[in-house]
Structures are given as C-alpha cells and as structure tokens.
Ligand binder design. Structure first.
Ligand code: ATP
Length: 443
C-alpha cells in the first residue's frame, strides 16, 4: 500500500496539474490571454458536466418536490430594478492616487498607503455596480441597455407564475437552475475562485410560512447540501458553516449561513444558504403589476410564498473538489504518484483500456474490442503509449477509477487485468464478466 505524503496541497500544484492535463487553462491564450478568464479543457469540461449532472440528479430528478428551469441570460432590465441589483449590487471601489491600482475598499485598510506601490494614498471610495452591461440592437443608446444576469435566481422568481401554471406543483416545492452568471468583480483572482464569468447552481424552495416551519425547511436544505457535498467529494473537515449574525444579513433574511471552505489562500465562501422571506416575489409583484401568488387549493386563499435559497458556484465547487481529492503518495521508495481520488460518479474518465504492447496487432485488436464495448457505457480512454506503470500514473493524475490491461495471457484465458486507482490492487477479470464487474464497482 502507498502512503500519503504530508506536503499540503497548494494552488500552484492544482493550477499546474489543471494546465498540464487540460482540466483548466488560461482563456484566449494565443492573444496573450484575458485577465482572470479560464477555459475548461477536455477533462475539465467533463468533470464540470459530471458535477452539474450529479447536482441536477440529486436535487431535481430524484425528488418529486423539485422542478428545473433554464432561463435566458439577458432578462428585461426591470428585473434588476425590482430585485434591487441596479441600486444596491455594488462594491466600494478605491484607487491609489499614485499607481492607480484599484481595490475593494472593504478589503483594504484605507488609512494605510497603497498595498500595491506602498506610496500612494487611497482615494475616497466610490460605489461601483457589479452588473455587466450590454446593448441590445444596433444602437448604443441608454434605452437599449441590458445586463448579463449577475445571478441565476431572479429568473426563478420572474417565471414563478408560469412555472406554477405549467408544472401544477403544490407548495412546498423548489425550482432549480444551473447557468452562467456575470459580475464585473473589482478584484477577480485566485484561479477559478473569483471570475467575472462563472456558473451557478441555485434553488429557490417555495413554501407557505403559515403551513411550514421555515426552520425545518432551512435545516432540511442544509442537510441536503451537506449530503451533496459529501457525495461529490468535498472535504467536510475543510468546510465550515458560518452563521451570519443579525445586522450583517440582508434586511429581509431571517437566517443566512455561508459555507466556507479552507482554500489554500484562506477560508472563503463556497456557497450561501439564505432564508429570503417573500422579498423577491413581492418586489416583482410591485414592479410588474402581475400577481405572483399561489392559490391554495385547500383554503382557496392566495399566498405569497417564502423561499429558502441554496446558491452555489459550479467553479468554486469544482475547485473545492480538486483541493479535497488531490493526494501525493509514495508507492514505494523512489516511486511517487499524484492521484485525484474523485468519487467515481464524478471522475471525468471512468475506465482506461491498455493493450500491453502497441506493436502486437492481436493485443491491440482485443483491447480495441473491449474499449469499443465499454465506451458505450462509460467515458473511457485508450492509452497504448509507454510502459503500463507510466500509463497508470497518467490515469491516477486525472483520477480514473479503473485501468484495464490486455496482455498475452488475455489471448489464452479471455481475462484482463483490472487495476483499482485507490488500492492499486490488480485483479484478473473474465472479459465476459467485465461489464458486470465495472457496473458493480463504479456505483
Ligand atoms: P463573495 O462574497 O465571494 O463575492 P457572494 O456572497 O457575493 O460571494 P453570492 O451572491 O451569494 O456570492 O453568490 C452565490 C455563489 O455564487 C457564491 O457562493 C459563489 O459560489 C458563486 N460566486 C459568486 N461570485 C462569484 C465569482 N465572481 N466567481 C465565481 N463564483 C462566484
């Protein structure tokens, strides 16, 4: 058995692995990049999809009290007036009078000289709206200004009457959405932690406050999110639920918890869970003049539902997963491996298939046949390059749970060697039992 080394996981290690193996690399690189823009490469795109699919299955498909939504990114600008984003979605922006470096005033000590050049004085902060503006149509006039949504949640509120009419759901029920959001962050950074373009997975869980105890609903969603984090491999030891005290919460929120993760650059928000009352629905009711109420079929009363909202960034979740599953292990003296111990369901590649030697057609043909058949069921990878030990290391580094090797014995006994990522144990498995074996073990 291997031993885990003690050296801590750093952002340098994660970023370098992501870049080297094509999980995440700088965006627009051939043009010198674009600050804080990242692209998900082949393994990263698959990993991100697996994370989103897992969340969707967990919260939407496997429950009968949730439905999904996929709304437009650009919404009627009145949405953002009603939600309060036009007036209040701001950060205080300051600038150094000498070097003109910009900072969020709440993240620097305004009484000290500029943290960048060490000389200049920081100017009085201005409020800076974080919404990204765009123009619709051929003219750039004020009338055509629209915003790229700063969160996915508002569409759930705006579409609430249509969702009610079409899904015929009864309270309590939730609406989930996964999609891109945009914020003109003053200080993006820390790799994919804070970017101007990112993805969110959000739920608005609607209930009648007279019929449901909000504390119970809140605790239920907290537990569900904790179970989901565990299932995708986010370390519970590195995650902390921080209760936001009275006075620091939004005025309409009775309870908010920030779930913070111990990133190498500090303990910072991974996601938020907030009781938002009926704030959003009532704002949209006022602004649109449309009724946003639910007709209770038992009492015939119209109810403005309250909501609890878990709001999670996909990119932050992916980063927290990478930081949780990254291991450096000593296999034996002088033999080290880096392994990503993803839960099997989210591993980007499930099975790798190797012919022992690439210049032996009978081995290659048999391995190809197995590969083609497994590929119908799972994300598989073919590797015939270098010795098998090196191929194992390459698969460990991307977190592939199983490697299947076709060797000379396979031609005689119709069996293959299956090697387990975590235990590194190797087993002979009959080819006609291979799918059953993998189905059982990939659960
Ligand atoms: P922060 O305090 O880190 O700016 P926030 O409290 O503004 O976050 P919310 O508005 O609650 O964040 O957004 C919900 C979730 O969306 C966050 O918990 C995070 O996972 C994700 N998120 C928000 N902003 C960004 C960003 N700029 N880049 C990546 N993910 C983000």
């Amino acid at each position: 058995m291997s031993e885990a080394t003690k050296s801590p996981v750093t952002m340098e290690k994660i970023e370098s692995l992501c870049k080297r193996r094509g999980f995440v690399f700088p965006g627009s690189e051939i043009y010198g990049g674009l600050a804080n823009s990242w692209d998900y490469g082949p393994y990263g795109a698959q990993l991100k999809k697996n994370i989103k699919d897992h969340w969707w299955k967990f919260f939407v498909e496997r429950r009968d009290d949730m439905v999904g939504l996929d709304a437009a990114i650009i919404m009627n600008p009145k949405t953002w007036e009603a939600s309060g984003h036009v007036a209040n979605f701001t950060d205080p922006l300051t600038e150094c009078g000498e070097c003109h470096e910009r900072f969020r005033a709440d993240q620097v000590d305004m009484s000290l000289p500029c943290p960048h050049c060490g000389k200049g004085k920081l100017v009085t902060p201005k409020t800076f709206n974080l919404m990204l503006k765009t123009f619709l149509g051929p003219t750039e006039e004020t009338a055509d200004i629209a915003y790229l949504r700063p969160e996915t949640a508002q569409a759930i509120f705006v579409d609430f009457p249509s969702i009610l009419n079409t899904s015929r759901k009864k309270l309590p029920f939730g609406v989930a959405q996964i999609g891109k959001a945009f914020r003109n962050e003053i200080t993006p950074g820390n790799f994919i932690f804070r970017t101007r373009e990112f993805e969110q997975m959000e739920i608005e869980y609607f209930f009648d406050p007279k019929k449901s105890d909000w504390n119970e609903r809140f605790d239920h969603l907290k537990e569900a999110m904790e179970a989901w984090m565990k299932a995708v491999g986010i370390s519970s030891e590195k995650t902390h639920a921080v209760e936001i005290p009275d006075g620091e919460r939004a005025h309409y929120s009775k309870r908010t918890i920030d779930f913070e993760f111990e990133y190498p650059f500090g303990q910072k928000e991974l996601f938020g869970l907030a009781y938002r009352g009926d704030y959003d629905l009532s704002q949209h009711e006022k602004m649109s003049g449309r009724e946003m109420r639910y007709l209770d079929p038992e009492t015939n009363e119209k109810v403005l539902p309250h909501v609890i909202e878990p709001s999670l960034g996909v990119d932050r979740a992916l980063l927290a997963i990478l930081l949780s599953v990254y291991r450096e292990e000593t296999v034996k003296e002088g033999d080290e491996r880096v392994v990503l111990k993803f839960p099997k369901e989210i591993a980007p590649v499930k099975v790798a298939v190797f012919p022992l030697l690439k210049n032996k057609p009978e081995l290659v043909a048999k391995a190809r046949e197995i590969y083609d058949s497994l590929k119908q069921e799972w994300q598989c990878e073919w590797d015939d390059n270098g010795n098998v030990g090196k191929r194992y290391r390459r698969q460990d580094e991307i977190g592939t749970p199983y490697c299947v090797t076709v060797d000379f014995d396979s031609l005689e006994d119709d069996a293959v060697t299956v090697r387990d990522r975590d235990t590194m144990e190797q087993k002979r498995v009959k080819i006609n039992e291979l799918k059953t074996y993998l189905t059982e073990n990939l659960k």
